[in-house]
Design a binder for this molecule. Structure first.
Ligand SMILES: *[C@@H]1O[C@H](CO)[C@@H](O)[C@H](O)[C@H]1NC(C)=O
Ligand SMILES: *[C@@H]1O[C@H](CO)[C@@H](O)[C@H](O)[C@H]1NC(C)=O
Ligand SMILES: *[C@@H]1O[C@H](CO)[C@@H](O)[C@H](O)[C@H]1NC(C)=O
Ligand SMILES: *[C@@H]1O[C@H](CO)[C@@H](O)[C@H](O)[C@H]1NC(C)=O
Ligand SMILES: *[C@@H]1O[C@H](CO)[C@@H](O)[C@H](O)[C@H]1NC(C)=O
Ligand SMILES: *[C@@H]1O[C@H](CO)[C@@H](O)[C@H](O)[C@H]1NC(C)=O
Ligand SMILES: *[C@@H]1O[C@H](CO)[C@@H](O)[C@H](O)[C@H]1NC(C)=O
Ligand SMILES: *[C@@H]1O[C@H](CO)[C@@H](O)[C@H](O)[C@H]1NC(C)=O
Ligand SMILES: *[C@@H]1O[C@H](CO)[C@@H](O)[C@H](O)[C@H]1NC(C)=O
Ligand SMILES: *[C@@H]1O[C@H](CO)[C@@H](O)[C@H](O)[C@H]1NC(C)=O
Length: 617
């Protein structure tokens, strides 16, 4: 006779099912108890007598969605009894401490987790419900909620809302959109591409402008969503009323949560998250300046550093940053047992395959840390150096081949740092940026070799990080013949964009005239670089069809106040199959910066960018 032992299990798993619905309880690692949250302890804490009053809870930072797939998308919110962040250091006790403002100390809370329900519908009034469910959150995960909405149809717009269980306390309504099925023959898709938002340097108007125009389907974010510095070190937020909290350099889990929360008060950032699904990756500043596999610029992996920085090691700091990032960003963790893995890919019908890289945190060989510049110069061309580590590199090459094989029209590679060579010798002490792909020549060569030798074409590389715009033909200098005038020899195009608010690297208050003069010097020094602008903060949009990609670059006249102004400063076209910028590049004229074989007009002066001469127009 069979023994029946199954009856108890469904009850237990039912109870914890709603808990594990909040992906943040399982993140950033599902199977390592010290990295994940002990859900059974959180479940145990649930006692109706110790619940928060539903009306004392607030949706403190709006809603967000991201990482769209054809049938599902990630939805995010935060529902909290306080606006401050949790100081929980993630212990396995399941009793996370909270700051008690009246008594100015941390207290161990025993309140029940907060229950929220979510509704996903195909209409804005939320009457045609397609998915709904229940999830829990608590101080353990900084009261964030991240769930995967399922049952969705490909390439369809949805609306969603959260509410506190059994109450009328509701979040704002968000909008999102799934991706098409990989084999859907869609005719167009639009992306807004952003990087480098520095809160004390100005308002995030760039995020809001794409919302106001409703001009794209998805937001692609290439990193530097936050900066780790104290106000006054890099960024002066006093005059703008934008002091990043906590106002010190950040190290602890609380610090990273609080910093993300401060940034997420910018109304244009909130609006972007509410209206568009995001596909983000981190750059270095989500952790710390020039972070790499084993360290970062301001913190050596030594005992001295450990003591100086309040007992936080390089690894612990990285862990804190990564945990807070996963809590706050509406993204999937594609590998629950690899908490540093953020590199992943998306198929947008047959039109676009999008690869999002991590050239920073995951497995990058040592970089320029300011005290070792000479050494990095010496090793920049060493064969063993990698920006990504072999696992990610091999994944990228395989994905590019698979994408070409399946016949996707465009291959889009979202890198943090600029790929193309940048000879900066005319205006810089260091002739190259060793912290970009130029410092990792072998990784660059392997990538180009893979593209050229497998005849993989229609490659569009994206980059952020540099706070300036760089539009280049994608070429293997000194290896493949390349003709600047025709573009022959190129294997694709790189669109590297400027910052949302981080300053021009050649001076925060640089004049338009000087900026354009510098751009011209750099443009002239680099045969494959067709347009460079460093004056404007802004962003760009990419509009893909089967025949071409249109890139529209927008400059912001001022970010010292919240406004919706922007200037279309340059446009570029890439025709399918051509693997280079369409000639005449930029239509021969731009509003700012330096255009090879073209002109730039401002203040009744024209810069003839072919010969570097300004004349009265
Ligand atoms: C929640 O929002 C209300 C209304 O905006 C506000 O009065 C209250 O202080 C907030 N409560 C918390 C805990 O933030
Ligand atoms: C969490 O860790 C930080 C840094 O080590 C420490 O300052 C803080 O007191 C800890 N919080 C708790 C509640 O233990
Ligand atoms: C890291 O070590 C290098 C080499 O010893 C030293 O020059 C640099 O100042 C150190 N940086 C920090 C933040 O301790
Ligand atoms: C990369 O390719 C260039 C051009 O052929 C070559 O000069 C350089 O030595 C190569 N570097 C590595 C590490 O392969
Ligand atoms: C560039 O390639 C095209 C097509 O192969 C060819 O017609 C043209 O002559 C080439 N131009 C130069 C300058 O090599
Ligand atoms: C740039 O201008 C702003 C506004 O006038 C000023 O606050 C800031 O100090 C200036 N920055 C530098 C580096 O001069
Ligand atoms: C452009 O900048 C260079 C390098 O600083 C300088 O020598 C040159 O005079 C500048 N040109 C103009 C027109 O200001
Ligand atoms: C770029 O395109 C936009 C919209 O098509 C147009 O308004 C703008 O004038 C163009 N800008 C330049 C510099 O060509
Ligand atoms: C450009 O020229 C026009 C006509 O001569 C003049 O009215 C205007 O003030 C000039 N603009 C600048 C910025 O010099
Ligand atoms: C540069 O080109 C302009 C016309 O576009 C011309 O007027 C000027 O004389 C040229 N300057 C030099 C130094 O060749």
């Amino acid at each position: 006779m069979k023994l029946h032992v199954l009856s108890l299990l469904p009850l237990v798993s039912l109870a914890s099912a709603s808990y594990s619905k909040n992906l943040n309880y399982r993140s950033p690692s599902e199977h390592h108890p010290s990295l994940g949250i002990a859900i059974h302890r959180v479940v145990k804490r649930n006692d109706p007598a110790s619940s928060y009053d539903a009306l004392s809870l607030n949706f403190t930072h709006g809603v967000a969605s991201g990482d769209p797939y054809p049938n599902s998308v990630i939805l995010w919110t935060r529902i909290a009894p306080q606006s401050d962040n949790s100081n929980s250091n993630v212990t396995v006790t399941g009793y996370a401490p909270l700051y008690d403002h009246d008594n100015e100390k941390y207290v161990t809370i025993s309140k029940s987790p907060v229950c929220v329900e979510y509704t996903v519908a195909s209409d804005e009034q939320l009457s045609k419900v397609v998915d709904s469910g229940k999830a829990y959150t608590s101080s353990d995960v900084d009261f964030t909620v991240k769930i995967e909405a399922t049952n969705l149809k490909p390439y369809t717009t949805y609306y969603y809302q959260f509410h506190v269980c059994g109450s009328d306390n509701k979040s704002p309504v968000g909008r999102t959109k799934t991706t098409p099925n990989a084999d859907d023959d869609i005719t167009e898709v639009g992306l807004a591409v952003y990087s480098c938002a520095n809160y004390p340097f100005g308002f995030f108007n760039a995020y809001g402008n794409a919302v106001r125009k409703d001009s794209v389907d998805y937001v692609v974010f290439l990193g530097d969503y936050i900066y780790e510095y104290a106000n006054g070190y890099y960024g002066w937020g006093d005059a703008l009323g934008r002091i990043p909290q906590p106002n010190r350099e950040i190290y602890t889990l609380y610090d990273y949560r609080k910093r993300l929360a401060t940034y997420r008060t910018d109304l244009d950032l909130v609006a972007s998250h509410q209206q568009f699904p995001w596909i983000p990756v981190w750059d270095d500043h989500e952790v710390a300046d020039n972070v790499y596999r084993d360290g970062q610029a301001e913190l050596n992996n030594t005992e001295d550093s450990f003591l100086k920085d309040g007992g936080i090691s390089v690894d612990q700091r990285k862990m804190n940053a990564v945990r807070a990032y996963f809590e706050w960003m509406p993204i999937r963790q594609v590998d629950m047992d690899d908490n540093l893995r953020i590199w992943r890919s998306f198929s947008i019908g047959k039109l676009v395959d999008l690869l999002m890289l991590d050239t920073r945190v995951y497995d990058r060989s040592i970089t320029d840390l300011y005290w070792n510049t000479e050494y990095i110069k010496q090793i920049a061309n060493d064969a063993g150096r990698s920006l990504m580590g072999s696992r990610q590199e091999n994944w990228m090459y395989r994905k590019l081949s698979e994408s070409a094989k399946r016949g996707a029209t465009w291959r889009v590679v979202g890198s943090q740092i600029v790929f193309s060579h940048m000879d900066l010798s005319g205006i810089n002490n260091n002739p190259v940026n060793l912290d970009a792909w130029d410092g990792y020549q072998s990784n660059k060569n392997r990538t180009l070799h893979h593209l050229y030798s497998n005849n993989i074409d229609n490659n569009i590389f994206l980059a952020g990080d540099s706070h300036a715009s760089w539009v280049s033909d994608l070429v293997w200098l000194d290896e493949k013949e390349y003709d600047s005038a025709s573009g022959n020899g190129s294997i694709g195009v790189e669109f590297a964009g400027t910052a949302i608010s981080s300053p021009c690297p050649w001076g925060e208050n640089i004049t338009l005239f000087n900026a354009n003069n510098y751009s011209n010097i750099i443009q002239t020094a680099n045969p494959e670089l067709h347009w460079q602008d460093m004056y404007y903060r802004g962003y760009y949009e990419l509009h893909f069809t089967r025949d071409k990609v249109e890139a529209n670059f927008f400059g912001l006249p001022t970010i010292r106040q919240r406004n919706g102004w922007e200037i279309p400063i340059a446009n570029f076209t890439v025709r399918a199959g051509e693997n280079k910028l369409q000639r005449p590049v930029g239509g021969g004229i731009v509003e700012s910066g330096s255009l090879k074989f073209g002109k730039m007009e401002q203040n009744n002066l024209t810069l003839d960018t072919a010969n570097g001469t300004w004349f009265v127009s």
